[in-house]
Ligand binder design. Structure first.
Ligand code: ATP
Length: 239
């Protein structure tokens, strides 16, 4: 696949794995500025491994990753983040710190010059967090904690937010809330790469990549995916 000239993130032919086990086989994926890309795949397909290879937590054995004009394939995680890519995993918040401290840490992680300035905008997006801003993050429900994780990641004003299964562990009601928040984030100039097995997230995606057995089985728009009957049938069975 030729590199996308206008890509914000371009991963080309990525091989990665653990010890003698190869998990990813020649994965190509690109994200353009401001778009929401969904990486869909069942348990064990390699989604987490791929996201970790993007952010520098799993070594790439073959292939290359570009962020903007920079080749980040061998860069340390912290340097990738300073270039504007933030990773939100399940362990996204510090339970012993208050909500506000968590958000400030998120901003400081990328060296934001004025972390406090982000608070008002983020509380606007997540009003429930404003009410509890002086409480420890451990006092939040699972769903609220997820919101805090998103707020903390956004505090740094990344160009690209990489999210690993934001729906994990959430009730259907909170999953809907996360989808609503992601929809709200569109149009703010932020690009999202979301790994999920919940097809509800198709609602907010501009493009979809389907990972199966560590290989990209499909890439295209949501409409193109819906037109692909075999794929649609296979993935509609997913939660
Ligand atoms: P899930 O939704 O279950 O997290 P996934 O699509 O994110 O699935 P990965 O977590 O990337 O998939 O796992 C892909 C394969 O790599 C699986 O076979 C898994 O057992 C294996 N694996 C993941 N992490 C490690 C690790 N640290 N060491 C060894 N093998 C691992």
């Amino acid at each position: 696949m030729p590199p996308e000239a206008d890509a914000l993130l371009q991963a080309s032919r990525i091989d990665a794995g653990y010890g003698t086990m190869q998990v990813l086989w020649g994965v190509d994926l690109d994200v353009r500025p401001g778009e929401t890309v969904l990486l869909l795949g069942a348990n064990g397909a390699g989604k987490t491994t791929f996201l970790k290879s993007l952010v520098g937590l799993v070594a790439v054995r073959h292939g290359s990753i570009r962020l903007g004009h920079a080749d980040i394939t061998k860069m340390r995680s912290s340097a990738r983040m300073r270039l504007g890519m933030t990773y939100m995993s399940e362990l996204a918040v510090f339970p012993d710190l208050t909500i506000e401290e968590n958000i400030r840490i998120g901003a400081q992680a990328l060296g934001h010059p004025d972390p406090g300035s982000r608070l008002d905008e983020l509380y606007g997006l997540f009003p429930a967090l404003r009410d509890k801003r002086r409480d420890a993050a451990s006092s939040l429900s699972g769903g609220q904690r997820k919101m805090l994780g998103i707020a903390k990641a956004l505090a740094a004003e990344p160009k690209l937010l990489v999210m690993d299964e934001p729906s994990a562990g959430l009730s259907p009601l909170f999953v809907k809330e996360v989808i609503r928040i992601l929809a709200n984030l569109r149009g703010r100039g932020l690009a999202l790469l979301v790994a999920e097995q919940n097809i509800g997230f198709l609602e907010v995606a501009t493009r979809v990549f389907v990972l199966e057995g560590g290989r990209i089985r499909f890439s295209g728009t949501v409409a193109e995916m819906n037109d692909n009957e075999a794929l649609h049938r296979a993935y509609f069975g997913l939660k």
